[in-house]
Design a protein around this ligand. Sequence first.
Ligand code: GLC
Length: 771
Amino acid sequence: MFGNLVEFYLEGNKVNFIYERNRGIVEVISPEIINIFVPFKREEKLSKAIENLPENKVLFAVENQGDKVLIRTEKLLVEVKGEFKVDFYNSQGELLCADYLGERDPKTNKTQDKMKIEVLKELEGSEYIYGLGDKTGHLNKKGYHYKMWNTDDPSPHVESFEAMYKSIPFLLVLKNGSGYGIFFDNPFKSYFDFGKENSKYYYFGAEDGNLDYYFIYGPSIAQVIKGYTYLTGTTPLPQLWTLGYHQSRWSYAPEGRVMEIGENFRKRDIPCDVIYLDIDYMDGFRVFTWDKEKFKEPQKMISKLKEQGFKVVTIVDPGVKKDKGYFVYDEGLEKGYFVTDKDGIPYVNKVWPGDSVYPDFSQEETRKWWADKHKLLLDCGVAGIWNDMNEPASFDGPLPDDVQFKNDGYPTDHREIHNLYGHLMSKGTYEGIKKFTNKRPFVITRACFSGTQKYSTVWTGDNQSFWEHLRMSIPMLLNLGLSGFSFCGTDVGGFGFDCTGELLSRWVQVGCFTPLFRNHSAMDTRDQEPWAFDKKTEGINRKYIKLRYQLIPYLYDLMYHGEKTGLPVMRPLVLHYQQDRETYEINDQFLWGENILVAPILQQGQRARAVYLPKGKWIDYWTGEEFQGESYVIKEAPLEICPIYIKEGSIIPKFPVQNYVGERKIDNLILDIYPGNGQNLHYQDDGETFNYRQGEYNLYRFTMDEGKALEIMVDMIHQGYQGKYGSFTFNINNVEAKEVIINGKPVNFQLKEGKVNFTASGERLEIKIIR
Ligand code: GLC
């Protein structure tokens, strides 16, 4: 396809390679990130995933070796050969990733004919492959084949599904303990085969578009994620209330039913922050309208809910009812905002409202118009927007390939925009909410592409109330997290089919630790609210929802750090224990940040399980028992127990339980301390606005040193937010204290539930626990 190398020349950070029949570009993005680009379709990249990437000057050297050209950065050696074959080595000269030069296997090869572009990489055999967003199956994707084509398939999601709602063409390879990533920035239908076709290679390829991929070196997984989110963006800090509990159903309507749901939460002492309105709040499923029979005065209803601490999130689908006289349809038609067929006639398919047209979100002007429409909902007090059906879904067969999109001056067809449609829609939604509220927008979307994490949280779509789906949700969420989507969740309890009390109890135990904690269920399924079963289930749900509310400051810290590092909230064990092979394929446990390990029960009737604890000492959250890691423990887990372990040296910030975030001003921060050596930074701000970006936040440094005495230091290292804590309550686990000394003075302490407990105030506290 390329032939022999004729010449090459430098242009800034780019090395241009001219071959006999084609040309390719290697661009040094950073010492550990290299872009490989061939403009097969067009010169411009037009990436929707990567926006505003700074052009940093990077130091690198180029050496011509005749049959190959070497590009050396501080971290990598890139070898560019004939046929534009590219291999990557680390700076010690160890091969990380090589193009596969052998023959393809014609017997198993299913996609070669479909792909205009493909890249084959050698598999050595010892690799583990992660990432690809929300795909079904297991954490390790090796041996499987996947497709990127955003798909709304209502049948139960199983391992054989090659495509899901989202397209996140990012993979992370762990080879002999060393990690690298590949981001294939091509929105066309693409295929990823990780050694299924042939164990000698893996490949990725697309039906059209440019060859455009980024090699991202680790060697730590954390570093790979940092590189990937440097390109595509990190999940920004959300509003604090979004970390509370969310209750949804298709649909809570009419108004009386919504109010009843709210009352039940308060009456039953179960915290909740958000209630969702699914499609039935609209007038005949017309977006940006209200059904005035079911919801006579939406603004009044929302403000009554607000008094009780509830925020309302409404669904907004892309399909606009084809209906003359309906303002959204009329306006869009007049301005040419809908996608068309080849002859320029608005393309019609069927979704909830029947015959509908689709806004052309690839056009900035349309996105702005759409963004502005949200004022209608926001003015009623709506606090967040739920974007659904944006694969885009269509009930009357798929959208034809030749549906036309304007694409901001680069007209194209559905094949190129399909996988970007949800991304562009949620971007518009984000911008609308930001414009009218000036708060951190809360958007939740079903379909998306790489980079959507900057604009929206995601859920995994229409799962079922199956134990199998509870089990699968863990690797799905872990891979979403590794792929940049830190703020993610599943429909807790399952969407389709009927949940049971036991399944809901176990799902809430997982949901307590998913960044987005939303219970949602489909029309015609049995009720699934926390109280919908029996008293025992209700009690378990209450317990874990309350635990979630206590842990909100810890979760918020993870989100704050995640905005800087790209690290997700939910992490597979391998992320922090990359040298421990035992962690490589753990599908049923996860870390919540670095300090909390969760090993939920995922089978009906199961009352005990084996838990793998990695290196270090771990403390059973419920019993205080200590365990040495790199071993398995058997944990008994009756229905009310979700096995949770805390790493030694952890300082876990906690809030008192509230009915909803912001119910009370939190003047006292609780610190749950597990002796050992450790440090963490605790973050505090107004929980709503973007002022933190101007420095309006506080940062507290907690340090703990395990010596003869246990020494704990609290230091305020940044003060920019006026709501700083008045005091700290220390709960020190597993310690026998003779004396507690704060800033040189002995103080009184209590023994409460086996913990040493005391309260102190000040911007700088030096605490000594004498044992
Ligand atoms: C889709 C969504 C689901 C929603 C339903 C009705 O199936 O995935 O969450 O409840 O549409 O809007």
